[in-house]
Design a protein. Structure first.
Length: 358
């Protein structure tokens, strides 16, 4: 079926609809990963966003068990070519069928290179996928300009706390829209992980007396999470070791008086170089975020930069002074992407066990 991708600047791409036969409106972002489309689609951080995959052939290994949550969170999928005959020994079905089953629409057959170049030039925009050949452009533009993500952190977080058993340190994970591999990365290292919903109070977490606290990734604008920021501030004041990733990194910075800002088109993919300022080493990282911390807005006595992005110099991590707290913007748990920085989980567990961090 013929379909159209319409952006809020009036640009139209014509292609073929895939997945569910429905209209969809979301923010349009691009991801440069060459593999891992299932992990991308099921990453809760993509809630409220349509994903453009820049790699031209998608679905070639079909549907496999590689998921970061129970279902697809992305609001739509935009690809150059959708493979209809997947081949892989782990294949359980076609990606197109999975999209349809989960009510997710998409479009194939468009020039994703041109679309990506447009988003890089003009910045992230809202977009609509529709099969209505008689669409009214003025009505579509009005819908796109009024679209808001809503409370996506609450939507993507777990509804009740649960425990992954382990014999090691007891870690409290605040689920802000967490990828499954964060808890799994801790659990594989022997930690007992208790996962809490995003609206859990700091008092509840501290009452459980965890050995360490983890703040997860998540979707949306960090500055809108005012209540969570206030709870994160109380966790900061507890002196319990804390490790924060992505949205958690941003919320910890906001809780300490720093500011965040929206990037023009964000960092999304498995090939982003970050520099460790302690030793000068450069790591290739997996990233998925549209906002960044303004490191210059943080008081020097509170925290110092730990990592920076090699491409654009944006902040990629902070170390909090006189605290056992480190935070990173990228994803050390990867999935998809390189595992260059998985050692940060080991560093965090060392912090917890030693109960000291300089």
């Amino acid at each position: 079926m013929k379909a159209f991708l319409i952006l809020e600047d009036g640009t139209v791409f014509e292609g073929t609809q895939i997945g569910a036969k429905k209209e969809a409106v979301s923010e349009v972002v691009f991801n440069t990963s060459m593999t891992g489309y299932l992990e991308v689609l099921t990453d809760p951080s993509y809630a409220g966003q349509m994903v453009v995959l820049t790699y031209p052939l998608i679905g070639n290994y079909g549907v496999t068990p590689d998921r970061e949550s129970a279902h697809i969170w992305a609001g739509g999928l935009i690809v150059r070519e959708m493979e209809d005959m997947p081949s892989n020994f782990r294949c359980e079905g076609k990606l197109d069928d999975l999209l349809a089953e989960e009510g997710i629409t998409g479009i194939t057959g468009i020039d994703t290179r041109a679309l990506t170049r447009l988003l890089r030039k003009k910045g992230t925009m809202n977009g609509m996928i529709t099969t209505d050949v008689d669409y009214c452009m003025s009505d579509v533009i009005m819908k796109l300009h009024t679209y808001k993500m809503g409370n996506v952190v609450r939507e993507t977080s777990c509804k009740e706390s649960y425990v992954l058993k382990g014999d090691g340190p007891r870690i409290a994970l605040l689920d802000l829209g967490a990828k499954a591999n964060i808890a799994a990365s801790l659990n594989r290292r022997g930690c007992e992980v208790t996962v809490y919903p995003a609206d859990t109070s700091a008092e509840t977490i501290l009452r459980a007396n965890p050995d360490g606290i983890m703040l997860s990734n998540g979707p949306g604008d960090p500055s809108t999470c005012m209540e969570i920021i206030s709870q994160v501030r109380r966790l900061y004041e507890s002196d319990i070791p804390i490790f924060a990733i992505c949205l958690g990194h941003q919320l910890m910075a906001l809780a300490n008086g720093a500011k965040t800002y929206k990037l023009t088109y964000g960092h999304r993919g498995g090939n982003h170089p970050v520099k460790d300022l302690t030793d000068g080493k450069v790591y290739i990282s997996s990233q998925n975020h549209g906002y960044a911390v303004d490191a210059g807005s943080m008081e020097a006595g509170i925290a110092e930069e730990l990592f920076v992005n090699v491409n654009d110099g944006t902040n990629e991590g902070l170390r909090y002074k006189n605290k056992k707290i480190m935070t990173v913007q990228f994803h050390p748990e990867a999935n998809p992407g390189p595992q260059d920085t998985a050692w940060l989980f080991d560093k965090f567990i060392e912090m917890v066990k030693e109960d000291s961090y300089a």
